[in-house]
Design a protein around this ligand. Structure first.
Ligand code: NDP
Ligand code: 8X3
Length: 248
């Protein structure tokens, strides 16, 4: 299979690269950090095709995707994984540029990649799109505001793609994890404050990037007649709380 992974330079994406390469697949690994992509190429060899890509840039996504040649054009699996949370402020205190970057990456970037790759999947009569949502797209929490909303978009888009793709063999799955440590997610959210980032996972065993890679790989290796719509997964040590009440 040819597997196209956004956000392959860290966290889930990097673990997925390893999983698919070890399974014998060809991986197009994308991200903004060229130095990390070069490292990945050295580590994994010629079945790893590095592609420097900022998914917020519509023209660049279209250009890079249309420049793929040979077998690399025939993408079997698109993993829309790149994404981020920025800031942990309540909505009334949040920074507008943080909101914009989350929308531009988690929503618009995902759409640019999907728009560029999906028609070819339908034409070739095979393909699978994996979208990385989050439990934050289903369950609201304080300061989750725009991040959670972008992931709610990812959830609904995934289901709506299924509706449009009925009658084609192309499959769509939304993977919605809870807390996952060992990635750059919280350091990015806290803008480099590693102490705050580490505190998020203190005293509990979170999911790992390998857990997510394993899940994604399992989803994409089901027989062609099976479409897993949504998988929501959490650490055993994470669950739901009660409604908040402001008593006066
Ligand atoms: P990381 O921060 O470790 O990795 C994010 C990846 O996205 C990096 O490879 C980064 O690469 C890439 N990326 C960010 N912005 C862009 C951009 N504009 N263009 C291209 N690539 C970009 O995060 P995780 O691995 O933890 O998270 C992966 C996905 O899973 C995200 O969508 C996240 O929202 C979601 N998720 C994470 C959870 C968690 O607890 N960790 C839980 C639930 C969902 P580079 O900087 O090189 O561009
Ligand atoms: C990341 C999981 O719980 O930090 O999407 O929102 S959470």
């Amino acid at each position: 299979m040819v597997v196209f992974i956004t956000g392959a330079t860290a966290g889930f994406g990097r673990a997925m690269v390893k999983k698919y390469i070890n399974a014998g697949d060809t991986v197009i690994a994308t991200g903004r950090r060229k130095s990390v992509l070069d490292e990945l190429r050295l580590e994994h060899g010629e079945r790893l095709y590095p592609l420097e890509l900022d998914i917020q840039n519509k023209e660049l996504v279209e250009k890079q995707l249309s420049a793929l040649t040979g077998d690399l054009k025939n993408i079997d699996v698109l993993i829309n994984n790149a994404g981020l949370a920025l800031g942990m402020d309540s909505a009334q205190k949040a920074t507008l540029s943080d909101w914009e970057q989350m929308v531009d990456t988690n929503i618009k970037g995902l759409l640019y990649c999907t728009h560029a790759i999906l028609p070819g999947m339908v034409e070739r009569g095979r393909g699978h799109i994996i979208n990385l949502g989050s439990v934050a797209g289903e369950f609201p929490y304080p300061s989750g505001n725009v991040y959670g909303a972008t992931k709610a978009f990812v959830h609904q888009l995934s289901l709506n793609l299924r509706a449009d793709l009925l009658g084609t063999p192309v499959r769509v799955t939304c993977i919605e994890p809870g807390m996952c440590s060992g990635t750059e997610f919280s350091a990015v959210r806290y803008k480099g404050d590693q102490k705050k980032a580490d505190a998020v996972y203190a005293g509990m065993k979170a999911l790992s990037a390998e857990d997510i890679a394993e899940t994604v790989h399992w989803v994409t290796t089901r027989p062609p007649h099976v479409n897993i719509n949504v998988i929501s997964l959490m650490p055993t040590q994470q669950a739901f709380g009660s409604f908040a009440v402001n008593r006066t």
